[in-house]
Design a protein around this ligand. Structure first.
Ligand code: ZN
Length: 367
């Protein structure tokens, strides 16, 4: 056996952990932060609460669900203007993606566009990540997904610069997340853990993290979708998403995520819904190739079989209003979708290699 595992992000986890921001900044020697937050937190007063509790000089919230390189330039300008020595990213995946990228742009001379298309530095301003959804795991990964819609480009950028210095994971921040986003984020986290477990780059540390993550996520998913104010379920989802993030940070993801990018680009599915779209299909395909390994996972987390796990995902999707068929997403050209999915580089990390024809058949089987 031969493997490595690296996770440089310091983690502070707990209900109310957002109240420890000032303490974390002081311990790290940070004097002045700029907060990059989803606008919902500016509207509901959470940004004010955070600015009142820690030395935060300014707030940036002018960005959408797919953060643009232009937003990164604007945020970097604000960071420089305020002479901030750290960036605090509060929100879902988009706030953390933008926070990480803007912190790197702000630390150098190159524009966001130059970095998006060129070489990424390995260092940026330090980031404190405060996830407000239980899903992306971005708080513990070196990935920042950015878009340049002018050129129809969206891609995950990977650099050590995008590891946060500290992740402050406070499940209370997820209490106000609406049901559909809760469900999509949860299915994204389940995808991360499963892909870390079955991908070619898997390792024993990721395995252990993924198994625990899946037990937590499957255990709490239905309750958190039924009652978003259930603190115990929210805590399990936040912890599950964090562990799933730690599982896939070094392994990357595989076929499910490979397909999610074309699904989001061509049919505008939110990331979690795009992952959920093919998740049960990949559970069936990948389990058939490695039945013993998947049976062991099922035994560990209480499923009778991989097929039962796949059926559970289908049930989750129906329960939470995810689209499950090609017609529902408006796709009339399964061949073009399958070709884009088969060509995505993450497909190479899937334990089973699939041709465009095989993917097309799988998509058509969805109805
Ligand atoms: Zn994902």
């Amino acid at each position: 056996m031969d493997f490595g595992y690296r996770q440089p992000v310091e983690i502070v986890f707990g209900s109310g952990a957002r109240g420890r921001l000032a303490d974390v900044m002081q311990k790290k020697g940070f004097k002045r932060g700029v907060l990059i937050a989803d606008s919902v937190f500016v509207k509901n007063g959470m940004a004010d609460e955070i600015c009142g509790s820690a030395p935060v000089a300014a707030v940036f919230d002018d960005f959408g669900a797919n953060p643009e390189i232009a937003a990164a330039d604007a945020a970097a300008k604000l960071i420089r203007k305020n002479k901030a020595d750290c960036v605090i990213a509060l929100g879902g995946g988009s706030a953390m993606d933008l926070g990480k990228f803007a912190a790197t742009v702000a630390a150098g001379k190159a524009s966001a566009e130059e970095l998006f298309y060129g070489e990424l530095p390995s260092k940026g301003l330090p980031v404190i990540a405060m996830p407000a959804t239980a899903g992306t795991g971005s708080e513990v990964t070196s990935v920042s997904v950015m878009s340049d819609s002018a050129r129809a480009a969206k891609k995950p950028l990977v650099s050590d610069a995008f590891f946060a210095k500290v992740a402050i994971v406070d499940p209370e921040l997820t209490l106000t997340v609406p049901p559909f986003v809760t469900a999509a984020s949860g299915l994204d986290a389940i995808s991360h853990a499963l892909e870390a477990y079955w991908c070619k780059a898997r390792n024993p540390v990721s395995d252990a993290l993924a198994v625990r993550a899946l037990a937590l996520l499957f255990g709490a998913f239905e309750e958190v979708c039924r009652d978003g104010s259930d603190r115990a379920a929210r805590t399990d989802m936040s912890l599950g998403a964090l562990l799933a993030g730690m599982a896939f940070a070094p392994t990357r993801t595989a076929g499910v995520h490979a397909c999610s990018y074309p699904l989001s680009e061509m049919y505008h599915l939110p990331h979690g819904e795009a992952c959920a779209f093919t998740l049960d299909t990949f559970i069936r395909i990948n389990s058939a190739a490695e039945p013993e390994r998947m049976n062991a996972l099922c035994r560990a987390i209480g499923f009778a079989s991989p097929s039962a796990m796949a059926s559970r995902i289908v049930r989750y999707k129906k329960l939470t209003g995810m689209r499950t068929t090609l017609s529902a997403i408006g796709c009339t050209d399964a061949a073009a979708l399958a070709a884009a999915c088969a060509a995505h580089p993450l497909q190479n990390n899937n334990p089973v290699s699939l041709t465009a024809d095989q993917l097309e058949e799988a998509f058509k089987a969805l109805g």
